[in-house]
Design a protein around this ligand. Structure first.
Ligand code: SF4
Length: 363
């Protein structure tokens, strides 16, 4: 089997689900890394990588979805629930600009008090204040889905209103595992796979950019992981065949099991790397596969050898930090890890008129 798979990868042919299953159970780490590096080389120079310096801004922790793996949410009327003021959010943006970042990701919860007007006001004011010098991932796919419902809009109408307010990106966050059985077990109030993918399509149809994500390490089976990868690969095929850009990137990261209802244990760094490689090999129609410094720290940079070509250096993310993530802010050290893995990592500005001067990277 390994000879047939190796030949396929060399010929730039797609591997099947059965072959992916075989690889997962039988291939050693070096083989997975080698195959993933070959697929990576179709899109990127072998010794180059790119990175971003970004901050997640958690604008509200109030959420009614009640996912059992979540350490972050508070129900409405909880004493420690919050909605941050615009001024507080601007101060977070200014802090990151000061250290050389230009990208912000907004992530909150399903807050029944925040309808579309709240987001139009917030994102419109940010675009007005900062123009094109920064960029932001306005919300995740699942937040958009919820806000559209709450505001009695179709997702297409909600996307259109956000676009008019200055939004350019919505990320694929909140996907975890795209499998309806998994969703029923852990997150029955959040979305069905069909709803999630329909929302991704509405984002792309409106001319906005979006990404694919995945979280592993709950109790999901290999079949459920492969269902996720099949859903993403098929979606990307259709988008590309229709002449669209499709998903900009795919980011798999790992579940942190602390301070929540589900609990459990973290998967090993080896399992993360093997999964990353499998994603790179399987998702042959996505240009960027990203490593997760946020949940894997130094190990994420080893991931550049397992098919990843791009990574964030995160400055803050309350959601994963409350679940046990430890953020490392020494940019030079993180770039050193990439160097040690054999990669020269260059900053990838996302903002159209980024005035980025990465002071942190220069120290
Ligand atoms: S993971 Fe997101 S949607 Fe689920 S409870 Fe937490 S904040 Fe809400």
């Amino acid at each position: 089997m390994i000879d047939a798979i190796t030949q396929k990868v060399a010929n730039k042919e797609r591997i099947t689900r059965q072959e992916a299953t075989w690889l997962w159970h039988n291939a050693d780490d070096e083989t997975l890394a080698e195959l993933a590096s070959r697929v990576r080389a179709r899109y990127h120079k072998p010794d180059r990588a790119t990175y971003l310096l970004m901050r997640i801004i958690n604008y509200t922790n109030i959420c009614v979805a009640k996912c059992d793996y979540c350490s972050f949410y508070r129900l409405p009327r909880a004493k420690d629930g919050y909605v941050r003021s615009n001024e507080w959010i601007y101060s977070k943006i200014d802090e990151l600009i000061e250290v050389g970042g230009d990208l912000f990701g907004f992530n909150g919860g399903f807050n029944p008090a925040l309808k579309i007007e709240y987001y139009e006001d917030l994102f419109g004011s940010i675009r007005q204040k900062y123009g094109e010098t920064i960029e932001f991932y306005a919300m995740t796919v699942v937040e958009l889905l919820y806000v559209a419902r709450l505001s009695k809009l179709s997702t297409a109408e909600a996307v259109d209103r956000l676009k008019k307010a200055g939004v350019r990106w919505i990320t694929g966050g909140g996907a975890e595992i795209l499998d309806d059985e998994f969703r029923k077990r852990h997150s029955p109030l959040k979305y069905t796979v069909q709803e999630y993918m329909d929302t991704q399509k509405a984002i792309l149809d409106a001319g906005l950019k979006t990404t694919g994500t995945m979280v592993i390490g709950f109790d999901e089976t290999l079949e459920e992981r492969l269902n996720h990868l099949d859903t993403v690969r098929n979606f990307q095929d259709v988008e590309i065949s229709n002449g669209g850009p499709g998903l900009f990137s795919f980011l798999p990261w790992t579940y942190k099991p602390y301070n929540n209802e589900l609990g459990g244990k973290e998967i090993s760094s080896q399992e993360y790397l093997r999964h990353l490689a499998l994603c790179r090999i399987y998702l042959d129609n996505i240009v960027h596969v990203r490593a997760s410094v946020l949940t894997q720290n130094q190990n994420a940079l080893v991931g550049l050898k397992y098919g990843a070509d791009d990574f964030d250096i995160p400055w803050e993310d309350e959601v994963t930090q409350m679940a046990g993530a430890v953020i490392e802010k020494d940019v030079a050290q993180i770039l050193g890890y990439a160097k040690a893995a054999g990669f020269d990592a260059q900053y990838r500005p996302v903002a159209a008129a980024s005035a980025r001067r990465c002071k942190a990277a220069q120290t």
